[in-house]
Design a protein around this ligand. Sequence first.
Ligand code: Z57
Length: 829
Amino acid sequence: KHNRSIESYFESLGTGAGEVGLSKEDITKDFLHKLFYHLGRVPALTTSNDIYTAMALTIRDRALRKFVRSIEKFTQQDARGIAYFSAEYLPGPHLGNNLLNLEIVDETKAALTELGLDLDELLDEEEEPGLGNGGLGRLASCFMDSLATLGIPSIAYGIRYEFGIFKQEIREGWQMETTDKWLHNGNPWEVMRPEISYVVKFGGRTEHSTNGQNRYQVDWLPESEIKGTAYDTPILGYQSNGIIMRLWKAEAVESFDFSVYNMGDYYRAVEKKLRSENITKVLYPNDENLSGKELRLKQQYFFVSCSLQDMINLHTTQGRELKNFHEKFAIQLNDTHPSIAVAELMRLFVDEHEMEWDEAWDITRNTFAYTNHTLLPEALEKWAVSLLGRILPRHLEIIYEINSRFLEELRDKGFSGDQIARMSLIDENGEPSVRMAHLATVGSFKVNGVSELHSRLLKSQVLNDFAGLWPQKFTNVTNGVTHRRFLAMSNPGLANLISEKIGEGWLTDLTSFKELEKLAENEDFQKRWREVKLQNKQALTQFIKEQTGVTVDPEMLFDVQVKRIHEYKRQHLMVLHIIDLYLRIKDGKTENIAASTFIFAGKAAPGYFLAKLIIRLITAVAELVNEDEEVNRFIKVVFLPNFNVKQAQRIYPAADLSEQISMAGKEASGTGNMKFALNGALTIGTLDGANVEIREEVGEENFFLFGQTTEEIQQTRNEGYRPYQYYEENPKLKKVLDFLSSEELTKGDTELFKPLYHNLLQQDPYQLLKDFDSYCSKKEEVFKLWNDKKEWTKKSILNVARMGKFSSDRSIRDYCEKIWNVKPVKLKE
Ligand code: Z57
């Protein structure tokens, strides 16, 4: 047993806590060591990737130092730890963020400069881990930043996809996908842990028996076994702690012995190994849409099983009893993707650790908490009973057992047959399937939505019956974003200006931005505020030129919508308005139009036809507008390919207007909305998701609101919405829609956008046509205000000043208080 403190090992050396120093000299020395003796490079053959890798390794040492110290501290505290279970993470580039959190940006820059190297070039070199689709994965990473900063003992479990979200290219206006080989140059941030590995079983059958002591025992005789190995990446908090993100990679089990095979079977053996590795090969690129694929279920179960086994191992090797498991751990389920964990923990307790069902169920229900991120029916996970039973035969039995006990309880409470059928874990309409949201809800002590509106709708719609049964179980935690990455790091101009006025306390307390309110009308401050924005816009202008070849004017209003492409988010509503502007300009009616650059970015799921067609529409409008000398003085349109965290960090600081125009009731929260406002963009938006709360905070006079409310949308639908009526009755809208099949736009291929056109005229499931007028008139207001620089700047400052609520630090404090029952600890070392 080595239970000395880390510190004590260094005492005799007299180097104290500074054994991994943070000075410029320390960094230089370590960097050269890494380059020459870790990577084994000679100066003449050093590539830019070597330089990046050597610096990343240098900084990783410092990050790991924080991490091991945090573990030491956490162990002493004996506090409840949080395990975050998420199938997706989008950490973004690590280097810049780690430098910020270690407070060694200047030292590192200086160290490199002395060596004739440039930090910005190094930062550019980093390829980000695209281990998520969009909002949900990025939220998980913002939460890691805040968990670390707030000193909460926690671990982030997930999957080490070999290929992350596809890379998007635009060819002839269409999205093309290529594989994301993010590991091709190695990954200096992770530490492989070959000794931390677990076996995961799949398929086969179960055997029920009564053993010697008359204990009912179930054995699972699997068809195959796969090994999961841990890869750890340190995630730093500001000035303080580090936690780890532990991602599992699938491999063939060790017991798989090549030597028993003769030459003829060697290739079969290798094939089997390859098949095992398949499980963590690639991220499913569907955001809020099911694939229902066997491999996806295997991925979910694989990472959940490894993680739970790891937690049980951590728990028991510290000499603790399993009956205290829930006191030492809370597990947060990031959507239903990891919800098979409820059945897996029961299996581990009951089948492998011989616990009685009732006790196991008690502990399980006090361990899990479930976050719902969507109400969209197409995104609610269901697994066909036949598929689940084939891959996880024992889990299906356990789910049936949980269900029969649950339904019994409902019958006892006098629930009607209809209600019981609605609440059952098994959906018997059509192909029988397991409702994962129901499993997660029944198996958790808390269920939360991600904004006030969403949490309310969750209780009144999707989980209505459950909210009636267990009102106390339901709560809200409004999302937040890390203002360190999305302001301090990515917008240094604005961050420095703010720090100059109010100090640096905001880095750990965003509510202190309130102090900026008093500067909102100060003309000098406004001027500097505008200068910073203009500089950021100049930088984005150059990036746009490099990426797309399009020249834009940084003096124009930058009007931006960046997020996954979805019908419900209504990127095409923004396009309809741009077409209206185009037609007006062509008509010579250019008064009242503020010169604008419309910027789009976002990926479409590869199998989502209409989303891809929306991208094609944007690129078609862009081409038409940008090449027309008459028009491009007033407006330009840009589609930036391959939106990711790195690109996002360039975009938010340069935006004037943030488009948050989803149909009310559909966007659970949105988090881009917060990042824009934090960087001084004004928002044009509907009363959806967190927009509602953003508007409440910044003041309605500082927010461009349009569109129907959730209730009005519902009413419109109930009254029998006929989009065609709007087309007929609104000549402007008719012109815009007819333009979709014009020769002018389609260059002769007039059929091209017909599917979108028909979709809007016949169904318009997201009521664009109904909201069109309201949106256009709001845009007139935007244009008017843009011409009043002082008023615009004042509102911009007030938006930033009032963003305090939307730091993920606040979200995590809410989780601690409302859900986990843990206390954040002291920040600084
Ligand atoms: C995803 O990115 C979100 C929800 C999902 O169910 C899936 Br699957 C992926 C998003 C919501 O659409 C956003 O509104 C929300 O802000 C984000 O999750 C984080 O909560």
